[in-house]
Structures are given as structure tokens and as C-alpha cells.
Design a protein around this ligand. Sequence first.
Ligand SMILES: *Cc1c(COP(=O)(O)O)cnc(C)c1O
Length: 854
Amino acid sequence: MPTLRRYTVLPRLPAPLERLRDIAHNLWWAWSPVAVSLFVRVDPDLYDEVFGNPIELLSRASQRRLDELSTDDAFLSHLEMAWSTFQAYMSREGWFKKTYPDAQNARIAYFSMEYGLHQCLPIYSGGLGVLAGDHLKTASDLGIPLVGVGLAYAEGYFRQVLNDDGWQGERYPINDWPRLPVQPVRTADGKRLMIRVAYPDRNVLAQLWKVQVGRVPLFLLDTNVEENAKADRAITGPLYGGDQEFRVRQEIMLGIGGVHALEAMGMTPTACHMNEGHSAFLALERIGRLMRERGASFAVAGEANSAASIFTTHTPVPAGNDVFQADLVRRYLEPYRAALGISEEQLLGLGRVDPRDTKSAFSMPVLAIRSADHYNGVSALHGEVSRKMYQTLWPELPEHEVPIGSVTNGVHIASWISSEHGALYTRYLGPRWADEVDDAALWARAQNIPDAELWQTHEHRRHRLVQLCRHWRRLAAERRQLAPEEVERAEQVLDPRALTIGFARRFATYKRATLLFSDMARVKRLLCDPDRPVQLVFAGKAHPQDKGGKELIRSIVHASRDPELQRRVVFIEDYDMRIARAMVSGVDVWLNTPRRPHEASGTSGMKAAANGALNVSVLDGWWAEAWKSHGSEVGWAIGRGEEYEDGLGDALEAEVLYDLLEREVVPLFFDRTPHDQLPRGWIKRMKNAISKLVPEFNTARMVREYTETFYVPAITLSEKLRADNLAEAERLTRWKEKVRQAWPHVAIHSVALRSKEQLYVGEAMDVEAVVDLGALASDDVVVELYHGPAAAGQDLPHGEVIPMSLASRSPEGRHIYHGAIPARDSGSHAFAVRIMPHNTALTHPYETSLVRWG
Ligand SMILES: *Cc1c(COP(=O)(O)O)cnc(C)c1O
């Protein structure tokens, strides 16, 4: 054999098709069926093979095919339609501009370790990334001046391959960045823009890639450049790989490198949103810059930075958080510490729950909280869990007053419904559904969709899911080089008419994927009833190090080989956004069985609901909220929100789940009206799910909420603090310093009842408090009555607050305050008096974390 030298020949895109490339470079196509169908049309098989990556598609399509399309007037008119839809989208004004005309120069930088935008850009591992992707898409829809920042991983998140025993193996695809729908960022003279980030004893360089997401750019940092040493080139290697030291390196690149990158492009952020704590080092860089540029102190620059910083936590269990050994942080942040002019202990204290506890490790979420003034969890329940988790940072406050609120997650509806559902909604809700996703009146029109038509669309998608599962099973069998009869058998799974239950998510053990298999005899009875067949479709990846999660996958694969179950249970390999979309739009029931309260929010159930699937779920995360508002109209709850010590509730909740399926879900699905075979009761719930859940659990509502409660206040506050060369930040810092020094002398001298101890409803309890303010003036504080019904014991867990007013000064110079608590209900009540620092420049009243109780 001669030695073969390989080379590549790229096709030339004929002139009439030039716009295909322009569309391909803006991820707008990812949620626009008119564009996706256009690319599919170029070459359907190739489209699948390249995971829908249009750049790859255009560079691998045959020249003959492209030439053919360039004279195909049907294709060209399709292209024209996609182009004009695209242009209209890009040029519209958007909600933000209309609502906040004064904030046009603002720029919100959104930092996330992962982004799930499309299956062809594998820089996401699960829910956190998909949420970040949906956030960017929605910011584009609403015209919010937001830019994303992330890492350009050389290895995509792993692809899952199961061996014959069902044990998960991992394959790491190499991301060939020039072939992805992204563009290199260049300087004015056409060179690659490089940024330089300080690491111990060296600088690490990074180049940038831009992903255009509609009107929002996402910048990804890439250290895989020749100038870097080998280990540094690997910093943006794998997503969530490596040891602690590797993670520190990565997170420095994300947070600190991210700020460098924006500055290098002249895009100084007005506000920064940290999606999880991974990017929290960014505060050090932002503060350092303010100090250099404005000659400010660490404290003053810190005030200006935190007023403009937002932190969203997603982790309801302490063990899930990013925590580093102090030594590692000390070593890696040394170049920054010196510039900030703070001591090592001060630096490490920023990431410690108790800064004085020099033995404790460095927590990224704690750093994020310390360097932001706005914080939230991602569902109402997760807000509660977060307040409990971080109460130690506000030790003087009752738990419910800990200033961590919640913004419930959502999904970008247009990205997650099938094109058939999209067409159905356009027909019956009108074309505005994609823009006014949070308009409840509009979604109420889903009730007008004729039963037969909704059911037909749904059945069509179920058939499609069954076909796809068979296709994917065939590919997996061929890849494993099984015998032809086995390949054929792999394809003979599922029944297009059976009640189809879907379960797909990361295989973390707390999600309990195998709950349904706790009683094999019972699950067989449930699935194999010839008159009322039920089937299960599973998908999901376990973290490569998570043996427990891999065991769960294996046991499902084993169950799917049981002779009685083999047509009724499938596990689809290599869960990604493409499989997710097919599943959420094709199943009847979406099953969710986390151990409460471990699921911070969960979003896949929202995707299912948007396609009319019914959720059967533990009351955790978002579903606890949906259930509270709508109850059984929209789906089913497993249990009533009980919480158990890990694992102890599993057997019981499995029982409850079986009962629910046997007694309610399956009978309702098979209850058909005789003349047309429609399950009217089921369809009624589908319509409820669509009309009631979609307008609430979508990212337009979510991003508007972030904008109103965080972005706009952060922009306003930080402008105020920065004005006049940080004059206001300087004042605030001095004031906080004064308050801290004076605080030990602030005391409640006496509290007296000015009413009788027994009142009637309708009267009020008048209270007088005499307080010592030491060096503080009455303007520096608020004196409050914290009151509520007194349950047994000493606590007032959910007290309400009434401000007291200054009545007079005592001869000794003490301040006398009066306040009245209305007696609205009979029973035993209690109150306490407290003093808190007060200043209008504070973002929230608990910012100083100082409270003096009487
Ligand atoms: C939506 C989605 C998730 C998140 O699902 P949860 O229900 O929140 O666990 C994870 N992975 C992919 C691919 C998704 O599309």
C-alpha cells in the first residue's frame, strides 16, 4: 500500500444560498422551525449525523446537492421566508427598551459554567446549563442588554455509551471550534483577541469565541492556544472534570478571565449575574479594577461591586457546593490579593461562613453571597431551603427574613415544544404566543383547541417518539455489532398506542430513577395489562464518577431485558437536548421522583407540560408550586410533600406511586368515549396543563422577574454608588464603618406596655421602647416591633414587622420610640423590639447583618 495523505475539500456555497450561512451563524435558528426545517431539507441524514450543526452541514454537504438547491425555487422561497422571519426578529424593539427607556446603556453580564443552547454545542451537562441557554434566548426575545460569559471546552460533555451489561462508559468528543456555529473574536486589525489572566508564577492566555444567540452574544474563553503551557491549554478542556486544583484554575478563568474579556472588548458590565457560584472570583477582578481606575479602597470598591451583583444558587444540599481547600485558594489568588491590599485571612474570610474560623474551607457560594447584594433560589421551596442553608451568614435574623428570595425557573417554550404543537398554538392562540409567553389570557385559549385535534397532534408525537426510540436502539445495536436478529429485536420495542411514561434527567441517586422497579411483580402487572398497556422510556447520564448513578442505569437496562418487559421498557442512550425534545413532546406522562427537597426546581416537567404531557411528580421544586395553585387539574402529586431522612421514605413513596398509577392515571387514560375513542377527561387535563402552567413556568416570566427585581435595581443602585467618582459608595462605606463601631453601644434599655396585657380583637397593643443609640443618630437606625401569634415555646418563626416611631428623648439622652400592634386575631401573641441599621443606600435592610434584639 502506498502512503495516503489526506486532505479536505469544502464545497462552495452557491451565491443564492449565501444567506444560509448567515442564518447558520445565529443560534436563532435553534428555536425557529422555519430555519431548522430548512437545514434538514439540505440533507436529512447528514443533518442527523452532525447533530443538527448547520455549519458542519454546509461544509459537508455535497457540491452537487448545493448546486441543485441553488436553482430549486421551492427551496429558495423557503430560504427567503426564513430570512425575512430572521430579519424581523432581529430588528424588533423588544420589551426592555419599551419598559426601561432610561436603561439603554446598561449591560448585564451573565456568567455560567455551562450553556445548553443546542445539541450541537455540547457545553452543558444538565439542567443548570439548559436554564442558562434558555435565559440567553429569552433575553434576546425581550431585548435585554445582556451578554453571556462561559468557557469554550475542548472536550464536549461526555457522550454516553453503554456496554452489553448496561454499564455506562464515557466518550469525550473533541469540539472542533472552527466547525461549530460560533465565530472567533478579533481585534480591529484582524488578529485574534487574546486576554491574559494571572495565575501563580505565570500568565495564561485565552482567545474568545462568540456565539450569537438571537440578539444576545455569548463569549466563550478558550485557553487552548499555542502560547500556553500544556497544562494551561487544558484549563478549558473538560466540563466538570479534574480535581479541586483544576476546578480552581477553571473558575479563575471563568470569573476573572470573563471580566478581562468583556473589558478588552469595551463591554464593561453594569451588573453581573452569577448563575451558581462557579464564577464568584469575578468579584475580585471587578473590585481590583475599580480600585485601580478610581483610586478607591477595597471596601468602597466592594460596595459598588456588590450593589451591582446578583447570585443565583441552585444547590439545595451543602455537599453539592463548590468548596475548596483554603491553601489552594491562598496560592491561586495571591496575585490578586496583593493588588487588593488585603491580608490572606481577609481574603479567605470572604469564602468562609465564619471568617474567624481559620480552619474552614473556602466556599464559592459564600464568596458569591458576600460579594453580591441580590440573591435568590430557583423555586419557592428552594428559596426556603436556601434561607435555612445560609442562615448562618445572618445569625441574628429569623430564618424567614434571611434576604434570599426566589425566582422560579422556567423554560424557553419555543425551544421545547414540537413544531406540530407550535403550529397548533399559532392556529388557536394566535401568532403572539411565542412573544407573549407569560400572557395567561392568551394561553387560556388553549381551552378552545378541539379535543380531537389536540389528541391527534399528541398521538402523532407519541408515534414519532416510538419511531425515534426504535431508530436510536437500532443505531446502538449496530454500534455494538450485535447479530442481525438482535439488531432487529432492538427495533421491536414499544407500542405507539400504549400509555407512555417518560423519565429523563441526570442519574443522580436522589432522583430515584428506579423507584418504579421496587416491586417487580407489581410493575409487570401495571405494564403488561393487554387491554391497558403502559410503557416506560428512560434516558439520562450519570456523572462519570457516580457509581451509584451508573448502578441505577444498569438495573433499568437489566429490567428492559426481562422477557415480559422487553417491549415495554427502554433506556435510550446518550441523553441530550435532542432526545429531551423528542421525549417531552411524545410522552403522555412525565415522571419525577426526587427525594424532597433535593430538586431545587427541575425544568423538564415544564417542557413536558408545554407539550400537553401530564406530570406525575413528588411535590418538590417547581411542582410544589404548580400543585399549590392548580392541584389535580393539571396532573398528579406523589404524596403530600413529606420529607424523610435519606432513603427512609423510598418504599412508602413507591407504594403511593403504584397506587396512583393503578387507580387514577391508567384508568383515566383508557377511559375513552365510545364513538370517537377520545379520552375526554385526559384531554381536559392536557388543556389545563397547557393553559395554566405555560404562562407561569416559562423563561419570559422568569427573565422579566430577574430584570424587575434584580437587574434594574442593581443598575440604578450601582449608578448611584458610582456617580461622582464613587462618592456615594464612599459615604456608604464610612457609614457602615461608623455603625459597626457604634454597634456595641446600641442597646434596648427598656420596653413597656402602654396597653393592658389583655386586649380585645380590634384594639392595639401600644408599646414604648427606650433605646440607647450611642454614637448613632435616630436616622441611622430603625426600631421595630417583631410580632406574631406565639406558638408553644420561645420562637416567633414567622413574625411580622411594624416600625416604631421616635416619640421623644429622655433626660439622659435616650431615644423613646412608640409603636402599636393591631390585635387582629384572638389567642396568645408575643413581640420583641429590635434595632437595625438603616440607610437608603442599602440594597436591602439586612445588608450589614447587624440586629439588636431587646
Ligand atoms: C431540561 C433538561 C435537563 C433538566 O431536567 P430536570 O428535570 O431539571 O432534571 C437536563 N438535561 C437536558 C438535556 C434537558 O433538556
